[in-house]
Design a protein around this ligand. Structure first.
Ligand SMILES: NC(=O)c1ccc[n+]([C@@H]2O[C@H](COP(=O)([O-])OP(=O)(O)OC[C@H]3O[C@@H](n4cnc5c(N)ncnc54)[C@H](O)[C@@H]3O)[C@@H](O)[C@H]2O)c1
Length: 269
């Protein structure tokens, strides 16, 4: 294999980042999109909640993204993902402004099902895996060919501390299994594409105050979450966004297949 140049990766700053799960106003996808917008990255925002995507687009434009497109998608559905990514790719020539090729995928769309194991149905279990894990497969399968052609790309996905400790705060076994699957897929893909210019990463957050925790953390529930977070506070979507901005940026290319814990010390190592 011939030696690659780190300088080639500076091209990433001009390429489009696809962010799933960006519609949720208090969510991680939005925090990621805002951090990337702050770096002037072109963005494609994807979510099941099409009604809130227009607001997301406005917010990221205001935060500095030079080109933004949105697409409604159900990441659990392969055809829906194919249609959304095609729409993003053809938006390159749209009258609202050219969109550069896709340089990064950040899969933040996700669900957490609190159903106890013995009450969980097969279809409920499959739905969690279909969004959190299979969704990553659908998206990566669709964007990877272009990344390989251009010899450059980043694939980042949200895992969870639940993949490591089984969860239990706002989710149950299906969620833990789905996130362990995300980490396995990220590691396997890192190896399969090693040396092509495409790298992967998982992020395992915990205790970030978003709607997935069963609504905003307030009162005694908030105090309980803070009390069991060693750094003494909850995490912010901005902090998560800045980590992603590093990973999908020009200086993030010497790490691949790793899981980054962003959990306030809840789990170390
Ligand atoms: N908040 C935390 O502390 C925490 C901890 C661990 C992991 N995570 C992970 O981070 C990711 C983001 O979660 P969040 O906290 O922002 O939650 P959130 O509920 O605020 O956002 C989730 C987003 O995913 C979208 N979505 C759901 N199903 C979808 C589908 N089928 N297709 C497309 N979009 C869909 C929702 O519309 C929403 O915009 C999730 O994968 C979650 O498991 C969060």
């Amino acid at each position: 294999m011939s030696e690659r140049s780190a300088a080639d990766e500076s091209r990433l700053t001009d390429l489009t980042c696809v962010v799933t799960g960006a519609a949720s106003e208090r969510g991680i996808g939005r925090g990621v999109a805002l951090a990337l917008a702050g770096q002037g990255r072109p963005l494609a925002l994807l979510d099941l909640d099409g009604a809130r995507l227009a607001h997301a687009a406005e917010a990221v434009r205001a935060a500095g993204s030079p080109a933004v497109v949105t697409a409604e998608v159900d990441v659990a559905d392969e055809a829906s993902v194919a249609a959304a990514i095609s729409a993003v790719e053809s938006a390159r020539a749209s009258p609202t402004g050219p969109l550069p090729p896709i340089g990064a995928l950040v899969h933040c769309a996700g669900v957490a099902d609190p159903t106890p194991f013995l009450e969980m149905t097969s279809s409920g279990f499959q739905r969690t895996l279909a969004i959190n894990t299979l969704g990553l497969f659908h998206l990566a399968r669709r964007v990877l060919p272009g990344m390989l052609d251009q010899g450059l790309g980043r694939i980042v996905a949200m895992s969870s501390t639940a993949a490591q400790d089984g969860g239990g705060n706002f989710s149950t076994s299906a969620y833990a299994a789905s996130k362990a699957g995300v980490e396995g897929l990220i590691r396997g893909l890192a190896k399969e594409v090693a040396g092509t210019g495409v790298t992967t990463a998982a992020i395992a957050p915990a205790n970030i105050d978003t709607d997935i925790m069963g609504g905003a953390l307030v009162g005694q529930r908030r105090e309980e979450f803070v009390a069991r977070t060693p750094v003494g506070r909850l995490g912010t979507t901005r902090e998560l966004g800045e980590l992603v901005a590093f990973l999908v940026g020009p200086h993030g290319g010497f790490t691949t297949g790793a899981t980054y814990n962003l959990n306030g010390g809840l789990r170390v190592g």
